[in-house]
Design a protein around this ligand. Sequence first.
Ligand SMILES: [Zn+2]
Length: 151
Amino acid sequence: MRPLWKCPKCSREFANRNQEHSCGKYSVEDFLDGKTQKAIAIYRAFEELVFGLGSVRLAPAKTRVGFQARMIFAAVNRLSSDKLQAHVVLARRLESPRFTKIETISARNHVHHFVIESVDQLDDEVLAWLQEAYRVGLQQHLQSDSSPGFD
Ligand SMILES: [Zn+2]
């Protein structure tokens, strides 16, 4: 497996050389700024679940926060006053009534969107999605095909 490419400007590392990203301009603190206590509590609980998977880097962008192993495998896309909107990237299409949208990018790249409205909803099913996505993020699912990165 190729070593990660390191951005010379912000030192973030990516599986794909010259990966487009927001170059260290944004932070989770900026993302959480002005959010409600409830929203922040859901975000922090989600983050804790993600960090429990293994080695994960934060990849904050202007309007969202990505979670990266070799590649970004999950992201919080929106945090409103009472809910968190997120996605996981899976190598297969997984059916669950909890997914609000599934975007198929390629045969091995399916973006599954979901909404979390309370800390209680971060249950074993969500953990299982994250665990599967984390393996995708580590690129353990790849044979010889390459997938585009997410940022
Ligand atoms: Zn950079």
